[in-house]
Design a protein around this ligand. Structure first.
Ligand SMILES: [Zn+2]
Length: 410
């Protein structure tokens, strides 16, 4: 064997005792207790292991620009109009450098797969797409990065945007996104995006339903289009902050419609907390959709970072485990079972949401393995325990030493 990782608890097998994982040719060759195998050995000491954390929704191309943005005046913020004037000056090199710094932090925090949103419009051109593709190539040794191209500043009101999106799709972009809220005609934007998805046979991952009222929800049109185009299982909606404004019976009914239609949901707690409730100066609503509640009604959910150090998400360290802990605090999550479910929304459930067929700590799958400094998923989330070691396709990519306390000798 090329590698044997001994004595781990698999996240997806909570009732199983500690096992060993043997790796050959970049794949998992055997799993079981006390494997009789020889090779380079890592003793995980009974710690938790998963097949890597999955960042399902991040914007590498506009991370680390907070110092270029003016401070907001008053309570209302609009991150999109704040960033738009900066885009013309963003070169491929500038985007690559910022995105790379963020990507490396994601790696250290245990990510082995990622879907990153990439803005395309006449101001940005295809420079973001070019930078992210180059970065994905350069870091294939550590992570699989999938770009989702989308129009941030409007589609129907921004001539030239659709042509550029089509160019990126022709060049192989595997996923298409949308941001109907920033279009003068949100419904028409969704119509065009679904038409493009059919034409280029790509999955969809849409920014949806952030706002102060549930009066209009774009997801209703997305439900209709998903059914009309038979795209069930290939549509993700991100944010969905408006679900948090509904009484549980109403959001449960909507969740069941998502589950029936095959629409998955990514919740982005850091961004939604920062942006929602800006119409109030006290008793501010939190605006984070409850993923445990959605999952209880059959929806595939993930939790992700969305961004760091930019005007929509000014803080963060690229730790998905921290994001799940934040979610648990904000949603007042109680009990080990729900915390365990939150961990799955950084891993197994995220893989299902992204339609990844080769994810998991199972024989025959790629040897993407992350050992976390915890014995259970619920402990990892409750205590924000860090990854200690990461392998991608059987090759060690990250080592983190636990901090050491130098106690004085007696
Ligand atoms: Zn986003």
């Amino acid at each position: 064997m090329d590698l044997i990782i001994r004595n781990v608890h698999r996240v997806a097998a909570p009732d199983e005792g500690p096992v060993d994982i043997a790796v050959a040719d970049g794949k998992i060759a055997a799993i079981g207790p006390n494997l009789a195998a020889e090779g380079e050995t890592y003793d995980a000491g009974g710690r938790l292991a998963c097949a890597g954390l999955i960042e399902t929704h991040i914007h590498l191309d506009k991370s680390r620009i907070i110092d270029r943005c003016p401070l907001p005046e008053g309570r209302r913020v609009n991150p999109v109009t704040t960033v738009a004037p900066l885009k013309a000056a963003m070169t491929v090199e500038d985007i690559y450098t910022r995105a790379e710094t963020t990507l490396r932090e994601c790696l250290i925090n245990g990510a082995t797969r990622m879907r990153t949103q990439v803005e395309i419009d006449p101001a940005m051109g295809l420079r973001g797409f070019e930078a992210i593709n180059a970065l994905a190539d350069a870091y294939r040794w550590a992570i699989d990065v999938e770009p989702c191209v989308f129009p941030q500043d409007g589609l129907t009101n921004y001539p030239g945007t659709e042509e550029l999106l089509a160019e990126a799709l022709k060049a192989g972009a595997p996923v298409l996104g949308a941001a109907p809220r920033y279009d003068s005609d949100p419904t028409a934007q969704l119509d065009r995006i679904f038409a493009l998805a059919r034409e280029y046979d790509v999955d969809l991952d849409l920014h949806l339903d952030v706002g102060d009222s549930t009066e209009h929800m774009d997801v209703r049109h997305v439900l209709t289009l998903t059914e009309r185009y038979k795209l069930g299982g290939r549509v993700v909606v991100g944010h969905m902050a408006k679900l948090s404004l509904m009484p549980p019976a109403e959001s449960a009914a909507m969740a069941r419609r998502f589950a029936d239609a095959g629409i998955a949901v990514t919740v982005l707690p850091a961004t939604d907390l920062y942006l929602m409730g800006r119409d109030r100066d006290h008793d501010v609503r939190r605006g984070v959709a409850d993923v445990n509640h959605l999952a209880a009604h059959g929806v595939t959910c993930s939790l992700s970072s969305n961004n760091i150090l930019n005007p929509a998400t000014p803080y963060g360290d690229c730790s998905l485990i921290r994001i799940a802990n934040l979610h648990a605090n904000v949603l007042q999550v109680v009990g080990a079972a729900k915390l365990r479910e939150l961990f799955l929304m950084l891993s197994e459930h995220s893989a299902r949401l992204l339609n990844l067929k080769d994810y998991g700590l199972e024989v025959g799958k790629p040897a993407d393995i992350v050992v976390i400094d915890a014995t259970t998923p619920e402990q990892a989330i409750a205590e924000i325990r860090p990854p200690l070691a990461v392998w991608k396709r059987g090759r060690r990519t990250v080592t983190r030493q636990p901090p050491e306390l130098h106690t004085p000798s007696a």
